[in-house]
Design a protein around this ligand. Structure first.
Ligand SMILES: Cc1cc2nc3c(=O)[nH]c(=O)nc-3n(C[C@H](O)[C@H](O)[C@H](O)COP(=O)(O)OP(=O)(O)OC[C@H]3O[C@@H](n4cnc5c(N)ncnc54)[C@H](O)[C@@H]3O)c2cc1C
Length: 380
């Protein structure tokens, strides 16, 4: 058993850490306050290979492994959760679906532009009436000769208004529930497809989250992604990989918050001593460090299993469940260590707490992860 990162993974982490400290940290508070998607950073993300992490080089991507994907998202989240969410959802969901289930034409059309940042990817599964029960979706796609007509509403879609395309899940055989759902790629600008509402959020404020509306959206059958009625089955695989990235995101948020708390505790003096001298503060730091190390082991194990081509669904859910709940605890303690200053928006740590909460909800809530894990453990 080897607990060390490889030289390649260490180098990747160092490059990204440097990039985040120089180009992201100075701006992250402002992006969050303005609730503005930072379009200007997209070319830089592409240059670093972060928009085509898993895309093979033949399609213009960086062709990196799952461990690299996890490390990349973790490093971004250490400084800015919203930017990490952009990278995680772009790579893992929209682009990931085209990569895993697209035909050669679709890969040639979408992957190079996704990797270059020309087209960010969105992915629409959730709807106003269906979240955890994702296969209960109501969006429909009706066949019309060589075309499909899509009608419905999608909720909470990341990159929904800034994306170049959206992979959308729609019912094609409503009576067959999970086995009657198909995926389609809808390009930005297709008539009838629009962002109907921008959502204001507790955290992840500079990530673009919108409600999407599809009104008589006509797409050619060549935009169908994967087999007819297989979309939901394919989606389960996409979500398994996505969960590793959300777990890594939580880990990064927790690590970033703990570093801020450690540094603050050494500077801040009360009762003529740095507060890091007080055992109450030391214990919060010790608990946080221990929980983050446990989370890291779960995240890296899930990524390692995926890279070995071995089953990782249960391990991805375990990593996401534990890392996201640990991150919220760690960020909460880190705010506590900052006292009143931690509660203000002058300091970065409150943003980590707000961002971390999303990791317990997005890509399957903690309750859903427990259901998945229990199903694996108990069978059936
Ligand atoms: C910032 C953000 C970005 C997102 N990005 C995307 C995206 O890009 N694409 C996309 O498709 N979706 C996206 N989502 C949606 C996200 O995946 C859903 O919010 C999530 O799956 C939960 O669904 P819901 O919000 O409808 O909650 P619900 O499913 O209504 O759940 C409400 C509560 O009930 C609990 N619950 C539900 N069913 C059960 C059960 N059987 N047993 C026990 N408890 C249960 C849940 O755990 C939760 O606590 C995003 C969400 C957010 C907030």
């Amino acid at each position: 058993m080897d607990f060390e990162l490889s030289e390649t993974h260490r180098q990747l982490r160092d490059v990204l850490r440097d990039f985040c400290e120089k180009e992201v940290r100075p701006k992250a508070i402002a992006w969050d306050k303005e609730e503005r998607f930072p379009t200007e950073i997209v070319p830089k993300l592409a240059e670093l290979g972060l928009l085509g992490i898993r895309i093979p080089e033949e399609y213009g991507g960086a062709g990196m492994d799952m461990m690299s994907y996890a490390i990349s998202v973790e490093e971004l989240a250490r400084v800015d959760g919203s930017l990490a969410l952009t990278v995680a959802s772009h790579n893992g969901l929209g682009t990931g679906h085209v990569l895993a289930f697209g035909n050669d034409e679709q890969k040639k059309k979408y992957l190079p532009k996704a990797a270059s940042g020309e087209w960010l990817a969105a992915w629409g599964l959730t709807e106003p009436g269906s979240g955890s029960d994702a296969s209960g979706l109501r969006t429909v796609a009706r066949r019309d000769g060589d075309h499909w007509i899509i009608d419905g509403t999608k909720m909470f879609i990341t990159q929904g208004s800034v994306g170049g395309f959206c992979v959308v899940l729609a019912k094609t055989a409503p009576e067959k529930r999970q086995k009657g759902i198909t995926a389609f790629i809808v390009d930005h600008g297709t008539p009838g497809f629009r962002a109907s509402k921008h959502l204001e959020k507790l955290g992840m404020r500079s990530s673009d989250t919108v409600e999407l509306s599809f009104e008589g959206v006509r797409v050619h059958d060549s935009q169908r992604l994967g087999e007819v009625d297989r979309g939901f089955i394919d989606t389960l695989q996409i979500l398994d990989k996505g969960r590793i990235s959300i777990a890594a995101l939580a880990l990064g948020l927790g690590r970033g918050a703990l570093e801020l708390a450690i540094s603050y505790s050494k500077d801040r003096k009360q009762f003529d001593k740095p507060i890091s001298d007080f055992q109450a503060i030391q214990w919060m730091i010790a608990d946080s460090k221990t929980e983050l190390d446990a989370a890291a082991l779960l995240v890296y194990r899930a990524a390692w299993l995926a890279d070995q081509g071995r089953p990782f669904s249960r391990e991805a859910s375990m990593a996401k469940l534990y890392a996201s709940e640990a991150a919220t605890r760690v960020c909460n303690r880190s705010v506590q260590i900052h006292g009143g200053y931690g509660y203000t928006r002058e300091y970065q740590v409150e943003r980590h707490l707000r961002d971390a909460k999303l990791c317990e909800i997005g890509e399957g809530t903690s309750e859903v992860q427990r259901m998945v894990i229990a199903r694996h453990v108990l069978g059936g």
